[in-house]
Design a protein around this ligand. Structure first.
Ligand SMILES: CC(=O)Oc1ccc2c(C)cc(=O)oc2c1
Length: 280
């Protein structure tokens, strides 16, 4: 693991690292925010943040405005990249923004040529937490959150691993990728045409068939003026599935907010407090 940069911020530290990943078979970059309290020898819980299409480890760290509150609450934040990258990593054949580089969709791809490197599910759920726990003063307490494609990632990972994450949250998530153009394109490209195989990566499907007795709290934020709301995001489908299976979720609609980091930065502190409450 190699340190790329280190900056003091809001009393804590923001650091970027690169390392060779066994899951994705390429160099991966991630960012970590460590609150001040780690200097006093305290182990801190970790919020994993998954970013959306076209993003890297940098967007959330630079734009969300999360550090002051994370420092106060004593939470570390880890932001991985959104896909494998580098020479030899297959991209969308037309270089589109919604597939390939910057758009790994947090799945383990089974289709060539993507299956060689696009193993983001394993990277985020296994390899990265192991690396973080081996190298930083963190406790095993983890929570997960994300935006848009990353909100989809947070929901599927949280729902599939209720023993690993104390709480799940999302901003403007793609809740039902089998049922929207971004998701259909990604799931076809990474997993093939068999829709049965898509279900493990579809939060609304996972919730509809949820059987675990452990129901982790789920908090979703959505802007009413989000340009992707009706065609891509459709949070009401997730809400309906939750009602049907009796899984309590909170979906907060916010008048006038769009899909941007202006929206995320407006409500990120509530999400940090939400997760801090469960990670204690
Ligand atoms: C930094 C930023 O604005 O991130 C951003 C912009 C647009 C999108 C879209 C359209 C989808 C998504 O999944 O993430 C995302 C992130």
């Amino acid at each position: 693991m190699e340190l790329i940069s280190s900056n003091k911020v809001s009393g804590g530290w923001h650091k970027r690292y690169k390392h060779t990943s066994q899951s994705t078979q390429c160099e991966m970059t991630f960012a970590i925010f460590l609150p001040k309290i780690v200097n006093e020898g305290q182990q801190v819980p970790v919020l994993y943040w998954l970013s959306g299409l076209t993003c890297s480890d940098e967007n959330f760290m630079q734009k969300a405005g999360a550090f002051k509150k994370a420092n106060e609450l004593g939470i570390a934040i880890v932001a991985p990249d959104t896909s494998p990258r580098g020479e030899g990593v297959a991209d969308d054949e037309n270089g589109a923004y919604d597939f390939g580089l910057g758009a790994g969709f947090y799945v383990n791809a089974t289709q060539a040529p993507y299956s060689q490197h696009y193993q983001m599910y394993d990277y985020v759920t296994e390899e990265l937490p192991q690396l973080i726990e081996a190298h930083f003063p963190v406790s095993p307490q983890k929570a997960i959150s994300g935006h848009s494609m990353g909100g989809h990632g947070a929901l599927i990972i949280g729902l599939r691993n209720p023993d690993a994450y104390t709480s799940i949250s999302a901003f403007s998530p793609i809740v039902n990728p089998s049922n929207c153009p971004w998701g259909q394109k990604a799931l076809t490209g990474y997993l093939g045409d068999d829709k049965q195989r898509w279900q493990q990566y579809d939060a609304t499907e996972l919730l509809s068939h949820y059987v675990s007795p452990t129901k982790r709290p789920i908090l979703i934020e959505q802007g009413s003026s989000d340009q992707f709301l009706d065609e891509q995001l459709k949070p009401w489908l997730f809400e309906q599935a939750a009602e049907k299976v009796g899984y309590p979720i909170t979906l907060n609609m916010h008048e006038g907010y769009d899909h941007s980091y202006f929206f995320i930065s407006s409500f990120i502190e509530n999400h940090l407090e939400f997760h801090a409450n469960y990670m204690r």
